[in-house]
Design a protein around this ligand. Structure first.
Ligand code: MN
Length: 232
């Protein structure tokens, strides 16, 4: 059976990523969705991009764009945006390339430039950060899908009826969060948490960390979404 597996925010954690892929063992028929934020903060963004490029020939890889890829693009393009990126984790990304933007190989930039804004299957939708429930995926505002956290309030189900899988809002306790219609797979790998992969059809969760530890579990029972607070 072909699997659809989403991988949470990697943030330069090449050790955890390589261990995760060893456990997931992607097959040709599998779709692996990268939820974005491959770079920044962690120690080896260079290594992460190289691993992801290697994955292209192993399976159907669907890499999404995260806000950190956006910061990297604008930082490398415009001198006045460079400091913003460097201060938000770009420092570590540059360090992984020997401290020089000129050292970033063209095939890494080509890979990053091919990342997508969103992806969907018959049953699931995938975006880096968040979504507006009433708006079709292709028309979602960039500010929401790349930057907006999913806390306060938790968004209502998307109008498509599909289950949303997102990263970006770090779960400090290291557990994938399940609201039924919304699943959050950023489990804070770069900050002593875990890197997660979720089989979206079976609910199987694989997790690794930067010490090379591995654990597996299944998605918890859905939490009840709190009512939106009154706006008055
Ligand atoms: Mn993010």
């Amino acid at each position: 059976m072909p699997r659809t597996i989403a991988i949470g925010d990697i943030h330069g954690c090449a050790v955890a990523l390589s261990r995760l892929l060893q456990e997931v063992a992607p097959q040709k028929s599998d779709t692996i969705v990268g939820i974005g934020d491959y770079v920044d903060r962690g120690l080896d963004s260079n290594g992460v991009i190289e691993i992801l490029i290697g994955l292209v020939s192993e399976c159907h890889l669907v890499p999404l764009i995260g806000n950190h890829e956006l910061m990297m693009f604008t930082g490398l393009r415009n001198r006045q945006d460079l400091d913003f990126w460097v201060q938000h984790g770009g420092r570590q990304t540059l360090a992984s390339y020997g401290g020089k933007a000129e050292n970033i190989p063209q095939h890494h930039m080509t890979f990053l430039s091919h990342c997508l804004k969103f992806y969907e299957t018959d049953s699931h939708l995938f975006v880096h950060a968040n979504y507006v429930p009433e708006i079709p995926l292709a028309q979602q505002p960039d500010q929401i899908i790349f930057w907006e956290h999913v806390t306060d309030p938790i968004p209502q189900p998307h109008r498509s009826g599909k289950t949303a899988v997102v990263g970006h809002t770090p779960q400090m306790d290291g557990d994938v969060r399940n609201f039924g219609h919304l699943q959050i797979i950023d489990t804070f790998c770069y900050g002593d948490g875990w890197l997660s992969a979720l089989d979206v059809d079976t609910g199987k969760v694989w997790q690794t960390n930067n010490q090379g530890d591995f654990r597996e579990s299944v998605l918890s029972e859905p939490e009840i979404v709190p009512e939106n607070p009154p706006t008055s």
